[in-house]
Design a protein around this ligand. Structure first.
Ligand SMILES: Cc1cc2nc3c(=O)[nH]c(=O)nc-3n(C[C@H](O)[C@H](O)[C@H](O)COP(=O)(O)O)c2cc1C
Length: 285
């Protein structure tokens, strides 16, 4: 029996994200149980950049729900993430979680290549902005094996089910979860499979998912990419991901060596400006 974890990145109960995950699961051929986790129900605090979680004998000092979510992901056989578009971008609960990604390295064994689907939901057709990029980023930083990433459209809660063809599309996604990796349907980065690019000078492009640079090529009437892989790789293979962790640990040591010079250089700016602090909250009876 497979355990599927549905990660809902929307606070709306019985909304489109929740419903589409359930519909996708009905297409899964393997015997399975569906567990659901609403990211917005959990307390995920901002990363403090202390790098403690990188060290074997230390843990993240932040007292919140990160470990509980990582346990749920780590023990699932596959994950389905559904996230709404908010202001042409993914819901903030994705970024809040991904920003704690330095803690994922210590769980690389559990997380590596977990089959995953990413689903974006937007209320207006083609008004998702960079929602899918945020979803791909979330799944890649989580070291998952991304089987498919798709957009669905519907504004009212459950409205995506009213559009003809969506249910079939959902069931096909369900079948893809434990199936072979499909061929890319659109021009994509040959390094990471990303489909979002920034145009640079001299016909060069940068993939917004893996951040590698390359050339765009329009020969044969098709769009192609010739990308150069940088030596610094965050998630493309397990060894490289762990190499990046070691590099970060080295940076922590580098900081100890350069600390005096850094304090001297930046210290002269310490007193500039005045800080606006949050008002104290009144505690109601
Ligand atoms: C604050 C807010 C911002 C939104 N921004 C967008 C947007 O930029 N583009 C879009 O197509 N839909 C936008 N929507 C609509 C939602 O993406 C849409 O209703 C979606 O179905 C919500 O998923 P849910 O039902 O799982 O919450 C926005 C909704 C809210 C509440």
């Amino acid at each position: 029996m497979k355990t599927i974890l549905g990660l809902v990145a929307s606070a709306r109960r019985m909304g489109n994200c929740e419903t589409i995950i359930k519909a996708v699961c009905r297409g899964i051929r393997q015997e399975h149980r569906l567990k659901l986790l609403r990211l917005t129900d959990f307390d995920i605090k901002p990363c403090r950049a202390c790098y403690m979680c990188l060290f074997e004998d230390k843990n993240c000092p932040i007292d919140d729900d990160l470990e509980q979510i990582l346990d749920a992901i780590g023990t699932a056989d596959a994950i389905i993430l559904a996230c709404p578009a908010y202001f042409l971008a993914p819901h903030s609960s994705l970024k809040r979680f991904v920003d704690r990604g330095l803690s994922f390295y210590s769980r690389a064994g559990q997380l590596w290549e977990k089959p995953a689907l990413g689903i974006g939901v937007a209320g207006i057709k083609h008004m998702e902005g960079h929602t899918l990029l945020g979803i791909e980023n979330f799944l890649k930083v989580l070291l998952a094996k991304v089987k498919a990433v798709e957009m669905f459209y519907g504004a009212l809660p459950g409205e995506i089910l009213l559009e003809e063809g969506n249910l079939q599309k959902a069931h096909e996604l369900g079948r893809a979860l434990f199936g072979p990796l499909p061929q890319p349907a659109q021009p994509s980065c040959p390094v990471c499979g990303g489909t979002t690019f920034r145009f640079l000078d001299h016909g060069r492009v940068r993939c917004m998912l893996c951040s590698n640079n390359g050339k765009i090529d329009f020969s044969d009437g098709k769009v192609g990419f010739d990308m150069q892989q940088s030596p610094r790789v965050l998630f493309l293979n397990r060894a490289k991901a762990l190499e990046h962790k070691q590099w970060l640990i080295g940076m922590k040591n580098d900081f100890a060596l350069k600390k005096k010079a850094l304090i001297k250089a930046a210290g002269q700016y310490r007193q500039d400006g005045t800080w606006i602090k949050p008002k104290e909250k009144k505690i109601s009876e």
